[in-house]
Design a protein around this ligand. Structure first.
Ligand code: CO
Length: 442
């Protein structure tokens, strides 16, 4: 496949994945199209060799795997992990706020969002709606698609200190505005719930008025993802952290699905809030799947110890306007290759063994690599890598593509690095078991 085609497909994926629910649904559909089979956790499973399977938990975490020749305890799994969620603004259950004749939405900040870029954007709303009807629980995805909300900046004239001392209070300053009260009163949709019911009706879903809606809805920027820069060296979009890894992981799994090696992709929700949930990386989701594939506890441990987990998540690129924020010798540059993340305090799970394996894989296939370690006087972020390593006892490496403006509503990564990531994932999924084995010299 052509490099520009991959980046174009990624743009389409980003555009149609405004929430973890939509991303999960899109990953599922990509896999089903190529013959993957959906397994339900509530069923008993019959697993066949040379087949691809999908398991979804709570609609926003997805694990897909190929069985190869089913010699799991001898072959181990080549696993790639990523996350489907990104920092955003989520809508409160009592959403309707009216202040100074503006119709606003009550919101909470999800994860470590960079708030200032949320101002003056044409925002829409998407997510999942759940309701109870005729003694059944129903769920559907929803996406308003149109720009229906905005968080206006305060004019410079009203606070001239803003360019050097702006602080944003998340309770007061970031409530999006939907409408003016005078125009709203003429409308038939008086509450936010009414507006949702109207949109669902357009999708042929009829829910009686006054039904209690339970939802997980977030705001997103309607400006679509784009390749930008003088030579289109950059991709600009919301949610690059970490939908790039989700999409490229899915592509790699599809491209190598006929290999005899068992391979696995895990895309989890809730990484941005610590991964502690029933479907996050710290849940028993992955472990329980392995248990079903390997009911014998000894065989399960053998399979895990022969496996390797690549935790793929974006890395901080050195910013030319703020170079002092990086350790000069470990400062990744955009389009200069994949970043191997190392941390002395295990905030990244890279071990000498996983590091040696991955570095060799990239060197052998002409994939450039660079290193990131945080400044010693600065706290270091973390990923699902250490969590997965701690839960399963699996060899793990933390890698990612260099990114500017992480957790902004518009992040920037390199179009060349995206191709390197796909190349590395291809080679990883093709790695025979012999090359994953550690030989100790004594
Ligand atoms: Co991330």
């Amino acid at each position: 496949m052509q490099d520009h085609q991959i980046n174009n497909d990624l743009l389409a994926f980003l555009k149609t994945s405004p929430t973890p629910y939509h991303a999960t649904d899109n990953i599922k559909n990509m896999l089903i199209k190529q013959g993957f089979i959906v397994l339900h956790e509530t069923d008993s499973w019959i697993i066949k060799p040379n087949t691809g399977y999908i398991v979804i938990r709570h609609s926003s975490s997805i694990i897909a795997f190929t069985t190869g020749d089913m010699q799991f305890e001898k072959q181990g799994f080549r696993m790639i992990g990523a996350h489907t969620d990104s920092p955003c603004l989520k809508i409160r259950p009592h959403a309707d706020y009216i202040k100074n004749q503006a119709i606003q939405l009550g919101v909470e900040v999800y994860g470590g969002a960079l708030l200032s870029p949320w101002f003056d954007r044409d925002l829409s709303i998407a997510g999942q709606i759940t309701w109870h009807q005729n003694n059944q629980i129903y769920q559907t995805l929803i996406d308003f698609k149109e720009p229906i909300a905005i968080i206006p900046s305060l004019a410079i004239h009203l606070d001239s200190t803003q360019n050097h001392a702006r602080s944003i209070n998340p309770q007061q300053h970031i409530l999006p505005i939907l409408n003016t009260q005078s125009t709203h009163l003429n409308d038939t949709y008086l509450t936010f719930s009414d507006t949702i019911l109207f949109l669902l009706k357009e999708q042929a879903i009829n829910i009686p008025k006054n039904t209690q809606l339970a939802y997980d809805l977030s705001l997103y920027d309607t400006q679509p993802a784009a390749c930008i820069g003088l030579t289109q060296a950059f991709i600009a979009s919301a949610r690059l952290d970490n939908l790039v890894s989700c999409f490229i992981g899915t592509r790699a799994l599809l491209d190598t699905m006929h290999e005899s090696n068992p391979c696995l992709l895990a895309c989890y929700d809730h990484e941005e809030v610590g991964s502690v949930s029933a479907s996050g990386a710290q849940s028993p989701f992955l472990s329980q799947i392995l248990e079903r594939l390997l009911p014998d506890p000894q065989a399960k441990i053998q399979a895990i110890q022969r496996s390797l987990f690549i935790s793929s998540d974006n890395a901080h690129a050195i910013h030319p306007n703020f170079p002092e924020k990086h350790d000069a010798a470990h400062a990744p540059v955009i389009n200069q290759g994949l970043v191997i993340k190392i941390n002395a305090n295990q905030r990244y799970a890279t071990s000498p063994e996983s590091h040696a394996y991955f570095k060799n894989l990239c060197d052998t296939h002409d994939i450039p690599t660079q290193y990131f370690t945080a400044r010693a006087d600065q706290s270091c972020g973390s990923t699902i890598g250490p969590i997965t390593a701690a839960e399963l006892g699996i060899r793990t490496i933390d890698i990612g593509i260099p990114t500017y403006a992480m957790h902004s509503i518009r992040e920037i990564a390199g179009t060349h690095d995206i191709i390197y990531l796909l190349k590395a994932f291809h080679q990883f999924y093709k790695t025979p078991a012999t090359q994953l084995t550690l030989h100790t010299s004594s």
